[in-house]
Design a protein around this ligand. Structure first.
Ligand code: SAM
Length: 277
């Protein structure tokens, strides 16, 4: 008998064709499929003609379900965990279950695929080397302001999830916390018919969205450029600057810039400008 596994299976965030071949194979082969909403996931499974036995695992019963699922694994059954859309555990249930199953000594294996914020970040044009995923902001305005204020000086790209009901309010709260000129990108309805990815200052984004109610519909990822995180393509790295300064002690500025340009590969004019500045 093969080892029982809890698979964490990512499902599409709109376009059903994004369900990977491996995800289909795993969902078809496991003994049970643990789903956040069994009716919703049932529709996905029937689209792919997969007949699985379903268990419901959602925010309100996850902790109680752990024991049952561990017992199933103990009897040699493999289980797939899915959420309504995207990757389970990412602003979705599953954390307690995965921890409990790992602590009980069973194998947990991911079947990666769609994740709304990764898809949005990859297409946003915002710096993606360092980012902070915040997920949903608190619903209450006081708590929301507190979270946003604490992020105001953060230099990383900030990534939020938002729903149709609160998108304008949240953008306004971001404008208050980060300033109206902060650049942000709204990624709406990714992989679906009305997919829209639009970037502008927070003030302009709010104007644009308020002028067109259609832009307020659907599911959103909001990505905000980090504080003072404009890409400085002209920036000179500290080692090159050190070489320039050493040379400038011995040589006239133009000569120092020329020699430093040869050593470092930076443009002579850019180095000369740096010396003069
Ligand atoms: N687990 C999911 C994932 O991996 O992205 C996220 C689940 S969370 C409950 C749902 C939120 O994800 C939505 O409110 C929205 O902010 C974002 N989202 C999901 N699908 C999306 C899509 N197609 N386009 C834009 N945002 C989406």
């Amino acid at each position: 008998m093969s080892e029982p596994v809890l698979y964490i299976v990512a499902t599409p965030i709109g376009n059903l064709a994004d369900l990977s071949e491996r995800a289909q194979e795993v969902l078809a082969s496991v003994d049970y499929i643990a789903a956040e909403d069994t009716r919703h996931s049932g529709r996905l499974l029937s689209h792919f003609n997969i007949k699985g036995q379903m268990i419901s695992v959602h925010d309100h019963n996850e902790r109680q379900r752990c024991e049952h699922i561990i017992n199933l694994l103990g009897s040699g059954h493999s289980i797939a965990l899915v959420s309504d859309a995207g990757t389970p555990l990412i602003s979705d249930p599953g954390f307690y279950l995965v921890r409990a199953v790992r602590e009980a000594g069973y194998k947990v294996s991911p079947v990666p695929g769609c994740c709304a914020f990764i898809a949005a970040l990859s297409a946003s044009g915002l710096p993606s080397d360092r980012f902070q995923f915040i997920g949903f902001l608190p619903a209450k305005s006081g708590a929301r302001t507190q979270v946003l204020d604490a992020l105001a000086e953060n230099g990383e790209t900030l990534v939020f999830y938002e729903s149709t009901h609160r998108i304008v309010d949240s953008l306004k709260a971001m404008q208050m916390a980060f300033g109206e000129d902060r650049y942000a990108v709204v990624a709406r309805e990714l992989t679906k018919t009305f997919e829209t990815i639009h970037g502008d200052t927070l003030a302009e984004l709010i104007r644009w969205m308020e002028a067109d109610a259609n832009q307020q519909r659907g599911e959103f990822v909001v990505l905000v450029q980090g504080a003072d995180n404009t890409l400085d393509e002209d920036a000179i790295d500290p080692d090159a600057e050190r070489i320039l300064r050493i040379l400038a002690k011995e040589l006239p500025p133009k000569k120092a810039a020329g020699v430093a340009a040869e050593i470092t590969g930076y443009k002579k004019n850019r180095l000369y400008q740096l010396l003069i500045d």
